[in-house]
Ligand binder design. Structure first.
Ligand code: HEC
Ligand code: HEC
Ligand code: HEC
Ligand code: HEC
Ligand code: HEC
Length: 397
């Protein structure tokens, strides 16, 4: 009897406290969320015929889709070391997570609004449907396929054991650009600039090829063992190919084609040695690099003499340059447009005889070393991959 009374008073106390906190937040000026990126996809129900919406469970039947997706950057959008480092900074507002873990089910708190419209003062309540395992999956199957208690698919097949709704308009490039095209100055020092969608729309591939035709190539195969072949699409979401962890290899797509010039076998002292490498953005439907403004390509020339000493180097950079303080501002952008060509030339007049070696290297970089050190990403965070390498050996007489 006594314990019951105690329990009752605790419950009563809690109800009063909840009431009081709600009233308090009601007093201040709580403004509603209005911007697209502030709003998350609401908590989703498990579609009829399934027991969960986790990728690992979809994967028990859709084995190939699961194995492919697991290697994709999408699957790592939450666990990524850089993302986690950014999230801990005070300058990161609450909505940073909305494109990286886009379902409300993946988020611990429901954001009801912002006090005085301040992005650093969200009004949060605990999310009763929060699923920590689903959170780790980042941009998971359900982010793209689960809405209103059904699986959204391209055909609405009746062969599936789960409720399925046909909606090709949802599974279109609009889905991709809902996250891959955000252009906003949020605060003076915080700007989001992913313009991959706009770049594609302005370019030669618009209405020819879209995000899905290039990044989810079609293939005929069984999508569930024993169900017979049908039209399917690879789920690697291959991109830059710069891995997130040393142990994870993602599928690489290359936008650039390389056209090197030739060199003679022999030169004379005081001859000018001229070499050039032409790059063309032949395969990407948007700028290269695109998306994150910290991405860049580097073209490096290095000439060595017969002793192996470096006697000349030249470095070129393709990418954007930003200034973040006092106001976020793009100060330079030489990203390559679709089909754009650019020639990088190297020249040198030798003043010693003997064998010379010219090495040419092109790398794709996630960010520079300084930024990685600033974010304390450690030595195991891969910063670049090499996509072109050649060596020319010639004699100087
Ligand atoms: C118990 C097995 C099973 C599970 C679990 C399962 N599916 Fe399916 N699913 C199927 C079968 C069978 C089909 C139909 C196969 C066919 O069309 O050849 C299908 C079809 C689909 C389609 C295509 C629908 C269309 O319109 O053509 C999509 C998309 C899909 N599933 C996504 C998912 C997702 C996402 C999950 C996890 C949330 C999931 N499935 C879980 C068995 C399963
Ligand atoms: C819910 C938001 C969201 C949607 C929808 C989405 N993406 Fe992404 N995508 C991301 C985020 C965030 C990353 C980067 C994750 C990271 O780097 O940790 C990413 C990464 C990628 C990459 C890899 C970039 C690289 O260099 O590795 C490609 C390619 C890509 N997305 C293509 C697509 C395509 C194609 C679609 C449409 C079918 C799509 N995305 C839909 C948010 C999204
Ligand atoms: C004509 C084919 C094609 C089309 C259309 C296309 N892409 Fe790409 N995309 C590529 C290639 C190739 C790369 C690899 C570029 C590189 O790193 O060399 C790439 C790279 C990317 C990356 C990696 C970013 C980076 O800087 O490395 C993302 C993200 C991406 N694409 C998203 C999209 C989205 C979203 C769309 C639709 C609006 C789209 N792509 C349309 C071919 C295409
Ligand atoms: C970033 C969005 C995105 C994610 C994440 C995603 N898919 Fe898909 N999926 C699509 C799109 C878009 C299509 C339709 C392509 C088309 O028909 O043009 C598709 C098609 C499918 C199909 C129909 C057959 C096929 O291959 O075209 C199945 C089955 C499927 N997905 C299962 C999954 C499973 C399982 C996962 C998680 C392991 C997953 N998808 C993750 C976007 C996504
Ligand atoms: C509108 C959707 C969206 C929002 C909101 C968003 N991101 Fe992203 N984020 C992306 C996409 C898309 C990519 C992949 C860009 C690419 O590779 O082209 C990405 C990639 C990243 C990466 C990986 C960069 C790399 O070099 O691979 C980090 C870190 C990141 N975001 C941090 C943040 C932070 C911090 C915030 C909040 C200030 C945030 N994101 C808000 C869509 C978003």
């Amino acid at each position: 009897m006594k314990t019951n009374f105690l329990l009752l008073s605790i419950v009563f106390f809690c109800v009063i406290m909840v009431f009081l906190t709600q009233c308090r937040s009601g007093d201040s000026n709580v403004q509603q969320l209005t911007e697209k990126w502030e709003i998350v996809i609401p908590n989703q129900k498990i579609p009829e015929g399934l027991t969960s919406i986790r990728a690992s469970d979809c994967g028990t039947c859709h084995k190939k889709h699961y194995e492919e997706w697991k290697l994709s950057t999408h699957a790592l959008a939450w666990v990524d070391l850089q993302f986690q480092a950014e999230l801990k900074k005070e300058s990161s507002p609450f909505f940073c997570i909305n494109c990286h873990i886009p379902l409300q089910n993946q988020q611990e708190f429901i954001v009801k609004g912002m006090i005085d419209g301040d992005i650093y003062q969200p009004v949060k309540v605990q999310n009763p449907k929060f699923d920590k395992e689903l959170q780790k999956e980042g941009i998971t199957c359900a982010s793209c396929h689960v809405r209103d208690g059904a699986i959204i698919g391209p055909t609405g097949t009746s062969k599936a054991p789960h409720k399925t709704v046909k909606n090709p308009a949802h599974l279109s490039e609009e889905l991709c650009t809902s996250c891959h095209n955000a252009n906003a100055v949020v605060t003076p020092t915080l700007a989001c600039t992913f313009e991959t969608g706009d770049e594609w729309k302005a370019g030669p591939y618009f209405e020819e090829k879209n995000c899905i035709s290039c990044h989810m190539e079609p293939i005929n195969r069984e999508i569930v063992d024993g169900n017979g072949e049908r039209l399917s699409h690879f789920h690697f979401f291959g991109g830059s190919g710069i891995p997130k962890f040393d142990s994870v290899t993602t599928k690489i797509l290359n936008g650039l084609a390389f056209y090197p010039s030739t060199l003679k076998e022999t030169y004379f002292l005081t001859d000018e040695i001229i070499y050039s490498l032409k790059l063309k953005n032949e395969f990407a439907g948007h700028n290269v690099p695109t998306g994150d403004p910290e991405r860049f390509f580097q073209v490096q020339f290095e000439l060595k003499n017969k002793l192996g000493e470096i006697i000349s180097t030249q470095t070129e950079r393709i990418g954007e340059k930003w200034e973040w303080y006092p106001v976020a501002k793009k100060i330079a952008d030489n990203n390559m447009l679709p089909n754009e060509e650019r020639v990088f030339a190297f020249s040198y007049v030798p003043d010693e005889k003997g064998e010379h070696t010219l090495s040419v290297t092109v790398t794709k970089n996630r960010m520079d070393k300084k930024t990685a050190e600033y974010n304390k990403l450690g030595d195991n965070y891969p910063l670049f991959i090499t996509i072109y390498e050649e060596e020319h050996v010639f004699q100087v007489q």
